[in-house]
Design a protein around this ligand. Structure first.
Ligand SMILES: [Zn+2]
Length: 468
C-alpha cells in the first residue's frame, strides 16, 4: 500500500511501526459553531483511510481531538453571555450528530484539550528544561532556532519566513527571541478560562494540545498524522518541533493532508457569503450524498462543491443503493437456495472488481477509481441476476457489494426504521389473531417484527416490545 507523505513529498510504501497495528491522529475541529463542509472533508477522507486499513486487517487506534478552548469559543461565549464550556459542549454534540449523518465512525478516543492541561504543562516544562522553550512575563515560547529540523514538513525557507514574519509580529509578542517562535502557554486575560501553571494562570497554545494528546493516547511515535493542508504550516510544523524536541524521537512516520474545498470555484469564506455548514446541506440532501461527493475526487486534489456535482453524486449513490435493494428483493423471492456451477463462475468473476477497488485504494487512497470499481460491480450485478438466480448467489453478490461500499462509508443496506405507532398497530393485530386462534398469523406478525429488529415479550401485563 502506497501513500503520499508530505514529509518526503512522494508516495511511500506503508510500513507500520508495529506489525498489524496502526496509530493514527487526525486534528479535529475547534468547536465554536456548526462544522462547515471544509471541516467535513478531512473527517470523511481520513475515516475512509481508517476503514480501508481496517478492511486490510489492521487494528487501528484512531485519535481525533476536539479543541474546546480557543479565542473563537471565548468570543462566542461572551456574545451569548454563557460559559465557554457551554459553547464547546453544545458544538461537540452537534458535530457528533453531523459525523453520524456522514457515517464517520467515532474515534477510538476523542480527547478534549481542556481535560489534558496537566500533560501539556508537563510537556512545556520538559521543553524548557531541554532549552527548547523560554518564559517571558508569564508567556512561554518555543525556541524554533534550537530545533534544527524546523521547516522539514512544510519545506519552507526559514530565512524567507523570518523576514516575512518580522512585520507580522503580534502585539504583545515583541519579546520573542525570533519571529518564528510560537506560544506554548499564555497568561489569561480578564474573564477567560484559565488553569494554573508554574509560569502564569493561563491556557495552552493550540499546537501543544495535539502534541500532548497524540503522545498520551498513541505514544511518542505514531504511524500517521493527518489533517487539512492548511494545517501543514504552522500547526503541524510546530507539532513536530514540540514532540520531537520533547521526546527525542521521530514523531509521525507519515503525514497526510487533504486539499482545499472550494464552493462554485471560489474559496469558501464568510465574507464571500458562500459559507456552508454540514447541517445546512443535510436539509437538502442525505449526508451520505455529501460523503460520496467528497470521495469523488482524490483527497489531494482541490474539490469544488457545486449543485451539479452534488446532484451527480446523488444519482450515483442511488444507482448503488438501487442495485442493493434489487438484490434484497430477489433474495426474498428466490426459488432456489444453492449456487449453480454457472453462478459460481459468475461470482468468481467479481473478484476482478474487488482487485480493481483494492488497487485504487492502495495507490494513495484513490477513492475516485475505487468508486468506479464499485460502479462496475453494480453494472455486472444488474446484468447477471434475475428472478431465477439462487439465494446464495444473490447473497454473495450483496455481501461483496457491501464489503466495498462499507470501506467508502456508504450505507447501502438501510434498515427501515419502524415507527412506534406502526409497531403498536401490528401488536394489536397479533393480539386479535391470537384471540381468533389464528396462530399462524400471530406468529407471522412476530417474525415480521423480529426481522425489523423488534423483539416482543409476552408478560402477564400484556405484550412488551423493545428494539434489538
Ligand atoms: Zn493538531
Amino acid at each position: 500500500m502506497k501513500l503520499y507523505n508530505t514529509l518526503s513529498k512522494r508516495k511511500e510504501e506503508f510500513v507500520p511501526l508495529e506489525e498489524g497495528k496502526v496509530r493514527m491522529y487526525v486534528c479535529g475541529p475547534t468547536v465554536y459553531n456548526f462544522i462547515h463542509i471544509g471541516n467535513a472533508r478531512p473527517m470523511i477522507v481520513f475515516d475512509t483511510v481508517r476503514r480501508y486499513l481496517e478492511y486490510k486487517g489492521y487494528d487501528v487506534n484512531f485519535v481525533s481531538n476536539f479543541t474546546d478552548v480557543d479565542d473563537k469559543i471565548i468570543k462566542k461565549a461572551i456574545e451569548e453571555g454563557v460559559s465557554s464550556e457551554e459553547i464547546s459542549k453544545r458544538y461537540i454534540a452537534e458535530c457528533k450528530k453531523d459525523m453520524e449523518g456522514m457515517n464517520v465512525k467515532p474515534a477510538t478516543t476523542h480527547p478534549l484539550a481542556t481535560q489534558e492541561i496537566g500533560g501539556m504543562v508537563e510537556m512545556i516544562r520538559t521543553l524548557i528544561e531541554k532549552g527548547y522553550a523560554y518564559e517571558k512575563n508569564g508567556t512561554v515560547y518555543f525556541r524554533t532556532r534550537r530545533f534544527e529540523d524546523y521547516g522539514k514538513l512544510s519545506h519552507k525557507n526559514l530565512d524567507d519566513l523570518r523576514s516575512g514574519e518580522r512585520s507580522l509580529l503580534v502585539t504583545g509578542e515583541d519579546e520573542k527571541e525570533d519571529p518564528l517562535d510560537f506560544v506554548l502557554w499564555k497568561p489569561k486575560k480578564e474573564g477567560e478560562p484559565s488553569w494554573e501553571s508554574p509560569w502564569s494562570d493561563g491556557r495552552p497554545g493550540w499546537h501543544i494540545e495535539c502534541s500532548e494528546m497524540s503522545k498520551k493516547y498513541l505514544g511518542e511515535q505514531i504511524d500517521i498524522h493527518a489533517g487539512g493542508e492548511d494545517l501543514v504550516f504552522p500547526h503541524h510544523e510546530n507539532e513536530i518541533a514540540q514532540s520531537e524536541a520533547a521526546n527525542g524521537k521521530e514523531f509521525a512516520k507519515y503525514w497526510m493532508h487533504n486539499a482545499f474545498l472550494n464552493i462554485d470555484n471560489r474559496k469558501m469564506s464568510k465574507s464571500l457569503g458562500n459559507f456552508r455548514t454540514v447541517r445546512e446541506i443535510s436539509e437538502q440532501y442525505d449526508l451520505q450524498v455529501l460523503r460520496f461527493f467528497m470521495l469523488s475526487a482524490h483527497y489531494r486534489s482541490p474539490l469544488n462543491f457545486s449543485a451539479d456535482l452534488m446532484e451527480a453524486s446523488k444519482s450515483g449513490l442511488e444507482r448503488i443503493v438501487n442495485a442493493a435493494d434489487h438484490l434484497k428483493f430477489l433474495m426474498g423471492n428466490a426459488k432456489t437456495e444453492e449456487m449453480t456451477g454457472e453462478e459460481q463462475e459468475a461470482y468468481a468473476k467479481t473478484q476482478e472488481y474487488v482487485k480493481a477497488f483494492e488497487n485504487a485504494m492502495e495507490d494513495d487512497f484513490n477513492t475516485a477509481d475505487a468508486a468506479a470499481a464499485v460502479f462496475d460491480l453494480v453494472k455486472y450485478t444488474n446484468t447477471t441476476v434475475s428472478a431465477d438466480s439462487s439465494k446464495e448467489y444473490l447473497q454473495k453478490l450483496f455481501d461483496r457489494l457491501v464489503s466495498l461500499t462499507d470501506v467508502l462509508g456508504l450505507i447501502v443496506d438501510r434498515k427501515e426504521e419502524m415507527l412506534d405507532a406502526e409497531i403498536e398497530k401490528l401488536i394489536e393485530e397479533r393480539q386479535a389473531a391470537r384471540k381468533a386462534k389464528d396462530f399462524a398469523r400471530a406468529d407471522a406478525i412476530r417474525d415480521e417484527l423480529l426481522e425489523k429488529g423488534i423483539i416482543l415479550k409476552d408478560t402477564r401485563e400484556g405484550v412488551q416490545w423493545k428494539r434489538a
